[in-house]
Write a protein that binds this ligand. Structure first.
Ligand code: HEC
Length: 119
């Protein structure tokens, strides 16, 4: 029985530490999942376009020059379009994009959207 108990303890440690290492604040999530490529400063583009005041803005409409999937987009960013975009960008638009991140967790998506709303 001992090896099994040790194994179980190991597995739960791995699962627990996995959960604990995920950021749990909106800002922490944005920093870990988005900030490598996005700034919230107006006009400051990194690998991706600035996300300043993204809510209500037309997709692909900043002066960022490297739009690909969003180049000819004709929709506005709101809760539902942003939610679908960050769930799976390529699948949502149906075109290849350098935005490779997929946020599969619903609560995390909501926290990130709340954070963007303030930005
Ligand atoms: C690996 C870099 C990368 C990461 C990480 C990333 N993005 Fe992006 N993002 C991009 C690129 C590149 C584009 C431009 C997409 C295109 O046109 O193909 C983009 C576009 C966007 C847009 C559209 C902006 C506009 O002007 O229409 C939004 C909104 C967005 N990203 C949100 C997010 C959020 C929220 C996260 C974190 C969950 C995130 N991105 C993580 C690279 C990234």
């Amino acid at each position: 029985m001992k090896p099994i108990a040790t194994g179980l303890a190991l597995i739960s440690t791995v699962i627990l530490s996995g959960c604990l290492s995920e950021p749990t604040t909106p800002e922490g999530l944005f920093k870990s999942k988005c900030a490598t490529c996005h700034s919230l400063q107006a006009g400051q583009h990194k690998i991706g376009p600035s996300l300043n005041a993204v809510f209500g803005r037309k997709a692909g409409s900043t002066d960022y020059t490297k739009y690909n999937a969003l180049k000819d987009a004709d929709f506005v960013w709101d809760d539902s379009t942003l939610n679908a975009w960050i769930t799976d960008p390529q699948k949502y638009i149906g075109k290849p994009t350098a935005m490779t991140v997929k946020v599969k967790n619903k609560e995390q998506r909501q926290m990130i959207l709340d954070y963007l709303k303030k930005g």
